[in-house]
Design a protein around this ligand. Structure first.
Ligand SMILES: Nc1ncnc2c1ncn2[C@@H]1O[C@H](COP(=O)(O)OP(=O)(O)O)[C@@H](O)[C@H]1O
Ligand SMILES: O=C(CO)[C@H](O)[C@H](O)COP(=O)(O)O
Length: 582
């Protein structure tokens, strides 16, 4: 499907957001805020090109909220109808968050929204989320309660799950990458469990392309898997690793991207899958981080009775096909298909209105619309306002993610390359495990700022590092065993830092060369988002390697891009006079 330009529905470059990287601390306003309507002065001028709003000019109502749940913290932006920033707030996840990520994300969600000015919050008519891509949760579809710890975006799964994914998906499909959401779902699915935890024991052979009886999952003696026991204790229908054909036909998988109801109490649609299992509870549900956070706000049930809504971008690594806007047959016919999100929408599409309890808790309007989300690197791409084929955005955050606007779609899991759909264009790229998280192993943000003046981009160190936070790389080399290369360490920290920055810059350059080798549109310009965009010396190092113009995205914050999606969704709902949330 060749695409030649951004459709009109993709938001144009915003009118102003000075992205100032600041360290993440408990929720606080990320910059001088513009109380609305208390203070009439305009937004703060961005680095160079944006005129401040004339004094006494109130932001154009209504307002829209974007919420970014990144690797190291979360950030929210409220924009007005002209795309001007009204307020943005940041929140760290706090010490010990990794002991219970869903609890941390949920806490920060309500803290973030609660830290917005009430007079601004009350004017927000729609919101959307972006999260780290491939971060997966297995939950109770009725209330979103996690059934097991989430599997994070960069967690490569073990061989058995990867083998199973490769057995069912097309060759080189991004869903076969070890850190894909499909591999995470298969890891849960193939977990062994004791017979008493299985409500149904079935012949493994029916598992299409699975690893068969030996070594496969299934009900047998031995340790029970946490998620199935938790699901059973909550009255959910826990599927075995396979269902036989007759059983599966009774469950009539509704995975067409817009399923009839599934799992919701009192949803309009009835879910034949639930009825087919003699009236027991619904199936567990797989959601991505952004889907789950949105579900907490609309009550996990959309107006169609779907328990669980995802979007084209988050669902890509699960195997969803954004070109056909559906789950492909090889996925929809699998025995675990009842666990897939029953509805997948385009980024920014209207999903559902807030649940009354969430509206009351957040101080948001009861008719505030939750819209389809995206991933953090695509949100940063949207914020940058890129519109032409050949333009690219490098997100230099905790990880290095590249997105090239291409007229041709490119997917090759052998190199960790995949294409996201946005409107009617393709964002070709991938995400390396390298990036700022490696720098933070050695330097604080302040130390980075202090050392940067001593860097000398014109005198390469020759250290030839491959900086990684640990073994394993996703892109442009897809190798779960790739070892970090960051020695010898010079005595001079500035030289060591320059070696690390050169190493990450080389990965970025190799990434874009890989995309060109695979047939993506030729690279013309690179915009940079994320914390690393603030380092001018690093930009010079990168520029030398990339060989195309490089500049910091004027509006690099992912939450801004996601706020643009919320604006798009509200306008779509209004233009189609859809009942809120359809
Ligand atoms: N001056 C700097 N030079 C290079 N890297 C920086 C600088 N300041 C911050 N960073 C890096 O930016 C990263 C944080 O960027 P951010 O976009 O907030 O990440 P994320 O959203 O992925 O958590 C940190 O890992 C940090 O090492
Ligand atoms: O590294 C990541 C987390 O920050 C994600 O993997 C990154 O978002 C890239 O994934 P995608 O290209 O699907 O957005």
């Amino acid at each position: 499907m060749p695409f030649t330009s951004l459709p009109s529905t993709i938001p144009r470059a915003p009118l102003g957001l000075a992205a100032e990287p600041t360290s993440l601390v408990p929720c606080h306003r990320a910059r001088g805020r513009i109380p609305f309507p208390a203070r009439r002065r305009g937004i703060r001028a961005a680095a160079s090109t944006v005129e401040s709003l004339p004094a006494k000019t109130a932001p154009a109502r209504p307002l829209y909220l974007g919420l970014d749940f990144g690797t190291s913290g979360a950030r929210a932006a409220v924009i007005d109808d002209d795309g001007r920033l009204v307020q943005d707030v940041k929140c760290g996840y706090g010490e010990g968050a990794d002991a219970d990520w869903p609890a941390a994300w949920k806490r920060v969600l309500f803290e973030l929204i609660g830290s917005l000015d009430p007079d601004i919050r009350s004017e927000v008519v729609s919101l959307a989320f972006d999260g780290t891509s491939g971060t997966a949760l297995l939950v109770d579809p009725r209330d979103g309660a996690p059934l097991a710890p989430p599997k994070l975006y960069n967690e490569a799964q073990e061989g058995r799950a990867v083998e199973a994914a490769k057995a069912i998906a097309p060759a080189a499909h991004t869903a076969t990458a070890p850190s894909s959401t499909l591999c995470k779902l298969l890891s849960w699915w193939l977990e062994e469990e004791s017979n008493e935890d299985c409500e149904e024991v079935h012949n493994l052979a029916a598992f299409k392309g699975g690893s068969g009886g030996e070594g496969g999952g299934g009900c047998r003696g031995g340790g029970s898997s946490g998620w199935r026991r938790t699901a059973a204790s909550r009255g959910l229908t826990t599927l075995g690793p396979t269902v036989n054909d007759s059983d599966r036909s009774n469950r009539s998988s509704n995975q067409g991207g817009s399923a009839a109801g599934s799992g919701c109490k009192g949803g309009e649609g009835t879910d034949p899958r639930v009825l087919a299992t003699t009236g027991r509870g619904p199936y567990p549900l797989l959601l991505h981080q952004a889907d789950w956070l949105a579900g907490l706000l609309y009550g996990m049930c959309d107006p169609y009775g779907n328990a669980g809504v995802s979007d084209w971008n988050n669902a890509l690594k699960l195997g969803y096909d954004p070109a056909s806007e559906s789950y492909p047959g090889w996925l929809a016919t699998q025995p675990f298909s009842p666990l897939l999100p029953p509805r997948v929408v385009s980024p920014g599409a209207p999903v559902a209105p807030l649940a009354p309890s969430a509206a009351a808790r957040c101080g948001l309007r009861p008719d505030c619309l939750v819209c389809g989300g995206t991933t953090d690197s695509i949100a940063a791409f949207l914020a940058a306002g890129v519109t032409q084929a050949g333009q690219a955005v490098t997100s230099l955050g905790s990880t290095l993610a590249v997105k090239l606007l291409s007229t041709t779609r490119v997917d090759d899991a052998a190199y960790g390359v995949y294409s996201h759909r946005l409107g009617d264009v393709w964002l070709v790229g991938g995400a390396s495990n390298s990036g700022g998280a490696v720098l933070r192993r050695f330097f604080t943000d302040q130390q980075l700022r202090d050392l940067t003046p001593a860097l000398n981009p014109d005198r390469p160190t020759g250290l030839d590092y491959y900086p990684l936070p640990g073994p394993g790389e996703r892109f442009p080399v897809a190798d779960t065993g790739l070892q970090p290369r960051m020695s010898p360490r010079p005595k001079d920290d500035a030289v060591f830092l320059q070696g690390l920055l050169e190493g990450i810059a080389q990965i970025e350059s190799d990434a874009y060369h890989r995309l060109a080798q695979l047939g993506a549109s030729p690279l013309k310009e690179v915009l940079t988002a994320g914390g690393g965009a603030a380092n001018p010396k690093w930009s010079l190092i990168r520029q030398r390697l990339l060989g195309v113009p490089l500049r910091a995205a004027e509006y690099g914050e992912a939450c801004y891009g996601t706020a643009l999606l919320a604006r798009q969704g509200a306008r779509k709902a209004a233009s189609e006079s859809l009942p809120r949330g359809q």
